[in-house]
Write a protein that binds this ligand. Structure first.
Ligand SMILES: [Zn+2]
Length: 283
């Protein structure tokens, strides 16, 4: 119902479908071509392999406006938008078309991930002023459960690897911070089997060694070169210029996830353990 009002206001046509009390709206193509924020996928880039999560920084109404306006430049979109506290979501772009959510991006030697990804925007203010302090804004459980269900569908449909379910900051670490450290990757893994994560019994080096027999062992002290090489193996496009951005993207996704604080710029032994353990499990 929430989207219906907005759709009416912005002259957006849609198809409505209700399944298990969740309402999905599929936006229909516009006659004005400038309002269609998508194009054809570049076949030479290969099949769909990535699922990318974002936060909007805008409210739902403004997101709908931005994704359907007839601006000539800087048009953006995503396949899905998930509003706050609502059992409804909108599919703005058909999955076989290319939405414009990733921008300049790379991961695991793939460039410009719009070609090979599905994008989900979660309505959330991101890092926002609260009592004069900038704080990450929490996601609500309803929208995260919708993320989990949509992600299950997308991952199954395209056979997406767990480690290729990523945040915008993982694929564009210098430009982007979304979906931020409060996006609950661990919860999505535990409840929906979505993304890469470590199980409870994989939280120490001896357990990883025993279970996965990794090719290299975890160094006994902090080692920036080891960490950087492991980030690269995992898929991060890390180099001497963006090392700090990659470190912070990794922390936000994994070892400092769930902490409502500024991401630290120091490499810790926890970071070393997580990247080594994830590579042992998934690479
Ligand atoms: Zn984004």
């Amino acid at each position: 119902m929430y989207f219906e009002k907005i759709a009416h206001q912005h002259h957006i046509n849609y198809i409505k479908h209700i399944d298990n009390e969740v309402t999905q709206y599929k936006v229909l193509p516009f006659q004005d071509p400038d309002r269609n924020h998508f194009d054809e996928r570049n076949i030479s880039s290969g099949r769909i392999q990535f699922l990318i999560f974002h936060y909007t920084e805008l409210n739902f109404n403004d997101t709908c406006e931005v994704f359907t306006n007839n601006a000539v430049q800087n048009r953006v979109s995503a396949h899905y938008v998930i509003p706050e506290n609502s059992y409804e979501y909108v599919r703005f772009v058909s999955l076989d078309q290319r939405a414009w959510h990733a921008g300049v991006s790379s991961f695991a030697s793939h460039q410009n991930l719009n070609d090979t990804s599905i994008g989900i925007e979660v309505v959330n203010a991101g890092l926002d002023l609260q009592d004069n302090i900038q704080k990450w804004q929490p996601f609500d459980v309803i929208q995260i459960d919708l993320c989990g269900k949509i992600a299950q569908h997308v991952v199954k449909c395209y056979g997406i690897k767990p480690q290729y379910v990523l945040g915008h900051s993982d694929i564009a670490p210098t430009r982007k911070k979304d979906p931020g450290p409060l996006f609950p990757w661990g919860y999505l893994y535990k409840k929906y089997g979505i993304g890469a994560w470590l199980d409870e019994d994989e939280m120490d080096a001896a357990a990883i060694q025993k279970k996965y027999h990794p090719k290299c062992s975890l160094p006994s002290c902090l080692d920036v070169d080891f960490f950087t090489a492991q980030l690269q193996v995992y898929g991060y496009s890390v180099n001497s210029h963006n090392y700090l951005d990659c470190l912070m993207a990794f922390k936000a996704h994994f070892c400092e996830n769930g902490l409502n604080q500024r991401i630290s710029k120091q490499l810790t032994y926890d970071d070393m353990f997580w990247i080594w353990a994830l590579n042992s499990k998934y690479a």
